[in-house]
Design a binder for this molecule. Structure first.
Ligand SMILES: C[S@@+](CC[C@H](N)C(=O)[O-])C[C@H]1O[C@@H](n2cnc3c(N)ncnc32)[C@H](O)[C@@H]1O
Length: 193
């Protein structure tokens, strides 16, 4: 008979309290002074300000170097961003840029690898990607995706494998999956540039 996984079997297990969780986090000042991972992200024409806020929250967790908020994407200060970012818009360095493809080309000229998240004819699964740091990943509009111009300019295209009936993920979800995989790879010291 398999053991009964009742609460009595693990009397010491409990959820951490809000206070315990919060006291383990660095202060805003400490975060600002801590070296960041060489991972950047471009948000191109994101329609929903809630999605932008959600990506701020994930970017904070990942300690990303910078968010480039491009095209008509909403940017802070914005009520809807705050609702999902929950203050992370203050801890993540960000800047507004009008033209995402022009920005990507200029970052490439500075030695950054541009990795577009999009399902293309030559996209590689994120788990198998040949990454080089510093890297800047790009997410696109909820309906149109990343612009053709930026897809053409990218060093590589990354896809998150889809196993169900839907063809794509919510943009903020794709941002999280890929962001954590890039952070994991950097942590492994694999393919460091
Ligand atoms: C909802 S998708 C855009 C629409 C998508 N092209 C479609 O046909 O459903 C929004 C953005 O999320 C990212 N994304 C979503 N699912 C993805 C996946 N499976 N692989 C890579 N990126 C993905 C891409 O950056 C994309 O531009």
């Amino acid at each position: 008979m398999p053991p009964d996984p009742s609460a009595d079997d693990r009397p010491d297990r409990r959820k951490l309290t809000d206070l315990e969780l919060k006291s383990a986090r660095p202060s805003l000042d400490t975060v600002r002074d801590t070296p960041r991972r060489p991972i950047y992200a471009i948000l191109e024409n994101i329609r929903s300000a809630y999605n932008v806020g959600s990506m701020f929250r994930t970017a904070d967790a990942l300690h990303l170097s910078r968010l480039y908020i491009c095209g008509y994407s909403a940017f802070p200060p914005h009520k809807m961003i705050t609702k999902t970012a929950l203050g992370a818009e203050h801890s993540v360095p960000w800047e507004k840029q009008a033209d995402a493809p022009a920005l990507a080309r200029s970052l490439q000229d500075q030695g950054m690898q541009i990795a577009v998240l999009e399902q293309t004819t030559d996209a590689v699964d994120i788990w198998d990607a040949d990454l080089r740091f510093p890297v800047c990943f790009v997410v696109g509009n909820e309906v149109q995706g990343v612009s053709d111009e930026l897809v053409a300019a990218a060093d590589l295209c990354l896809q998150v494998p889809m196993m169900g009936v839907k063809q794509s993920l919510n943009v903020a979800t794709a941002f999280g999956v890929v962001g954590f995989e890039l952070a994991r790879r950097w942590g492994l010291g694999k393919d460091e540039g």
